[in-house]
Ligand binder design. Structure first.
Ligand code: ZN
Ligand code: ZN
Length: 330
């Protein structure tokens, strides 16, 4: 499908600054008309140019290499591929370029042309497929915690070690635990792109994709659930540790984290991607299309991927935490 402007027939695009579809040709707002493709798309519905080069196995939205029209592939956002929700782009292309320049522009030794108008103009917004898992967890923990106290008098130094039997029962709900469902996007990069602000989630509408590239999920929610589980286990572990921070050491005797899946949603999340080729190597830079967080590696520091501007949005609601402690030995 392509979205055409009712007023002038041009390709109308979603405008992140205005939060609606705006025609770049006549400034018409929300004047979109959906032109549905009836068969599997191999040619541009606007100019007829072949699209084989830009339609890959999992592509759900792309741009015609000939006329630049943004195309959404009907059958890859429908049926089993219909996303439940989407976070529309809030950061415009211009803003994404400004963010990249502010972050990397002043670094010494950055190669010429790195953020020049010609190269940075190739930045594209992509909707990356994610699954978002909601869990209720119920954790039981038993272990031994120690506290150490030292003091001295004129003759001796004393050390007192108290050992406590520590128990924790914790119920915590986790909402929107995100796992990216794209093979093309590296998991480590996507993990650094987080967090997204899930208050920006809206019900899926295909028109919001006009102006961006996109991918459908290429791994199932079942295949990806182990990654969601390990994220939740890690978060539960963190909460447990926090609740026992008064102990110098903790020995685990028993731990059970029960997880109850409340909901799984298929989501499209917005990412700007800028690829810069330098001496035969492609360097990838990503800007979170909602929060503006930047992830990238500069050509001067090859092995390091940096994440900048972490804003934390809580995904955890603690319902109850029961703490039982009993002083036992010594
Ligand atoms: Zn128009
Ligand atoms: Zn075309």
């Amino acid at each position: 499908m392509i979205f055409k402007c009712k007023n002038c027939g041009g390709n109308i695009l979603y405008n992140p600054d205005k939060g609606r579809l705006v025609c770049p040709h006549c400034d018409g707002e929300d004047s979109d008309d959906k032109l549905v493709s009836t068969e599997y798309m191999t040619h541009c519905a606007n100019c007829g140019a072949p699209m084989d080069d830009v339609i890959k196995e999992h592509t759900s939205a792309t741009k015609c290499p000939n006329c630049g029209t943004y195309v959404v592939l009907d059958e890859r956002v429908e049926g089993k591929y219909t996303p439940d929700v989407i976070i529309p782009f809030k950061i415009s292309k211009q803003k994404a370029i400004e963010i990249l320049r502010a972050e990397f522009g002043k670094r010494v030794f950055t190669p010429a042309g790195f953020l020049s108008n010609a190269s940075v103009d190739k930045i594209e917004g992509t909707y990356v497929p994610f699954f978002m898992y909601d869990y209720s967890t119920d954790t039981d923990f038993k272990g031994r915690g120690s506290k150490v106290r030292t003091w001295s008098d004129s003759q001796y130094e004393y050390t007192e070690t108290s050992v406590f039997q520590v128990e924790r029962c914790m119920k915590a709900d986790f909402d929107n635990v995100p796992v990216d469902a794209s093979i093309a996007m590296e998991d480590s990069i996507m993990d650094l792109m987080e967090p997204f602000d899930y208050r920006g989630v809206v019900d899926f509408q295909d028109r919001l994709m006009s102006g961006f590239l996109g991918e459908k999920y290429n791994m199932s929610k079942e295949e990806l659930e182990p990654r969601a589980f390990s994220k939740v286990d890690g978060a539960v572990e963190g909460l447990l540790r926090e609740s026992m921070s008064e102990y110098a050491t903790i020995q685990t005797e028993f731990k059970d984290i029960k997880k109850d899946t409340r909901r799984i949603r298929y989501a499209l999340l917005p990412i700007w991607e800028y690829v810069f080729s330098y001496q035969g190597i492609n360097y990838r830079f990503h800007v979170n299309g909602e929060t503006g967080k930047v992830v990238g590696q500069t050509p001067v520091a090859k092995n390091k991927v940096f994440a900048y501007g972490a804003t934390v949005f809580g995904m955890v609601t603690i319902i109850t935490m029961m703490i039982r402690m009993a002083l036992s030995v010594m």
